[in-house]
Design a protein around this ligand. Structure first.
Ligand SMILES: Nc1nc2c(ncn2[C@@H]2O[C@H](COP(=O)(O)OP(=O)(O)O)[C@@H](O)[C@H]2O)c(=O)[nH]1
Ligand SMILES: [Mg+2]
Length: 193
């Protein structure tokens, strides 16, 4: 896909601020700092439309990016960030759940998991939540540039096992640095918009 005019639309702190439109929403989920905002920038070929941060846990809002008036990339707040207070974590968790549970426009959820580590308890919770929600999803094993190229496939296999993923679950390596698999991921996205 060639993106021509991606626009930041709104940073929502509550459901009344979600866009009124019915455009399909492609949602980025994953823990803080896993690379959700970078993913959006990589896919749309912009350096910093989506705000990235090396300081984890900064985003508490749901950010909507209008992509050529054809769909939204939705950047969820990172969950399970230990330096956030317990009350704050709970608040963010409820906000995410409310969005995922009630929003009718969700077309696809893209769950990012760091390829370098075993999925955390929160990663597994999120995966199981999405699976049960019966919304289409794909999983990306992100930051693949951080491990040796020869290990990428076996790490993806290990991730599938840890998640107890199904045979037909789409789980691909990804790297915002190397821009690998962007075509395959666009093909997946296009199926749902
Ligand atoms: N090496 C590498 N670093 C990445 C990748 N994606 C994101 N990062 C870095 O990880 C940090 C967090 O990224 P960000 O997109 O803000 O994560 P978010 O909190 O999930 O939105 C930033 O310093 C990014 O530059 C990747 O694919 N490879
Ligand atoms: Mg972010």
């Amino acid at each position: 896909m060639i993106v021509k005019n991606p626009k930041f639309e709104i940073s929502a702190v509550g459901p009344n601020q979600y866009p009124k439109s019915n455009l399909p929403e492609i949602v980025l989920a994953g823990k803080s700092n896993v690379g959700k905002s970078s993913f959006i920038n990589t896919m749309i070929n912009r350096k910093s439309l989506a705000r990235t941060s090396s300081e984890p846990g900064k985003t508490r809002q749901i950010n909507f990016y209008n992509i050529d008036e054809s769909f939204y990339f939705v950047d969820l707040p990172g969950f399970g960030y230990s330096k956030m207070s317990h009350t704050e974590q709970e608040k963010v968790g409820k906000f995410i759940e409310e969005y995922l549970f009630n929003r009718k426009n969700i077309a696809l959820i893209i769950l990012l998991i760091d390829i370098r580590h075993k999925p955390s308890e929160n990663d597994i919770l999120m995966f199981n939540y999405i699976r049960r929600a019966q919304i289409p999803y794909i999983v990306l094993a992100n930051k693949a540039d951080k491990i040796a190229i020869t290990k990428v496939n076996s790490c993806v296999e290990d991730l599938k096992k840890s998640l107890q993923a199904d045979e037909n679950d789409v789980i691909l390596p990804f790297s915002s640095e190397r821009k690998i698999y962007t075509d395959t991921i666009w093909t997946e996205i296009e199926k749902y918009i």
